[in-house]
Design a protein around this ligand. Structure first.
Ligand code: SF4
Length: 305
């Protein structure tokens, strides 16, 4: 079962079994500064390609061993949409998976291609990276192959969103001194307002990166998250701050904060003092704040007038 890893417990998706479409070597068309794999020459296509039958056999063996899987997560040592038989693989997976959900983690580089869109339509959830909305930042941070264009990625995302009925999640990884400035956030904000994904995850480096770069802290992520429009479903995925960072919001502070950016249940657990949680409960009971479920996440926001 060399293509299988896990299972691991994922907070949002439940018990996840990983499927690696490039288990022998890194095959990627990006060379991200923050990659947790060793740097490797960028490639536009896989040279080492596993047969669909082998991957399906691995999945079947794993599913007979682990009976409690909620989601199959398709990924790769590199970029999974470079796997040339992805659509055929998904047809086979969808025949054997029963009620298990499917998720792909992609760098979005090929999303403008018709074949990629056809394959991704076969997933329940699609998570695409978008670290920068300007080409200069994109080239510096994600270091893509020359054949990849940010403009094509943006157009591809917009086209895919129009035809996809599943859950579309965008992931932004923030790196110190690279994309942690409000100008870049404003560009991302404008694009994401047009795209309207189901969820936007904002995180930072949490494992040793391929190159010498630094993460940002949780406070910085919160500050940047306020640069996005309040209607966008932003989730900060970074690790919990220390106890000392808890906020003792008053009722008025709470209303102002939630009007600027909805917070998730996890944000509230991490950031609020017990007293602030009690104020929130009161505002919920009064109907001034409402719970809005989106993409396996509960958001709290002020009631629209
Ligand atoms: S897209 Fe993923 S695998 Fe490829 S270089 Fe970036 S982080 Fe690494």
């Amino acid at each position: 079962m060399k293509t299988i890893f896990g299972p691991i417990n994922s907070r949002r998706f439940g018990r996840s079994l990983g499927v690696d479409l490039s288990p022998d070597s890194k095959q990627c068309n990006f060379d991200c500064l923050y990659c947790e794999l060793k740097p490797a020459k960028v490639v536009d296509r896989q040279s080492s390609v596993l047969p669909v039958s082998q991957i399906v056999a691995d999945i079947q063996a794993a599913l007979s061993e682990y009976k409690d899987i909620d989601v199959l997560t398709i990924t790769a040592n590199g970029e999974p949409t470079l796997y040339p038989h992805l659509s055929e693989l998904m047809d086979a997976i969808n025949q054997i998976k029963g009620s298990i959900k499917t998720l792909i983690l992609s760098n979005a580089s090929t999303i403008a291609q018709k074949e990629t869109q056809e394959a991704l339509l076969k997933f329940d959830s699609v998570k695409l990276s978008l670290d920068c909305a300007t080409s200069k930042c994109f080239r510096k941070l994600d270091r893509p192959s020359k054949s990849v264009s940010l403009q094509a990625i943006k157009e591809g995302m917009l086209a895919f969103k129009k035809i996809f009925n599943g859950e579309l999640i965008i992931e932004i990884l923030i790196v110190n001194d690279l994309n942690d400035n409000l100008e870049e956030i404003e560009e991302l904000n404008q694009f994401l307002l047009t795209l309207q994904p189901d969820r936007i995850d904002i995180g930072t480096i949490d494992r040793p990166p391929a190159y010498n770069i630094q993460p940002v802290n949780y406070e910085k992520l919160r500050e940047l998250s306020l640069g996005f429009d309040a209607s966008l479903p932003i989730v900060i995925t970074a690790k919990a701050p220390k106890e000392g960072l808890k906020y003792n919001y008053s009722k008025e502070d709470l209303l102002q904060t939630l009007a600027r950016r909805p917070l998730t249940k996890e944000d509230i657990e991490l950031l609020f003092t017990q007293e602030a949680k009690e104020w929130l409960q009161e505002l919920l009971e009064q109907g001034a704040v409402v719970e809005v479920p989106s993409s396996n996440t509960i958001f709290y926001r002020t009631k629209e007038k």
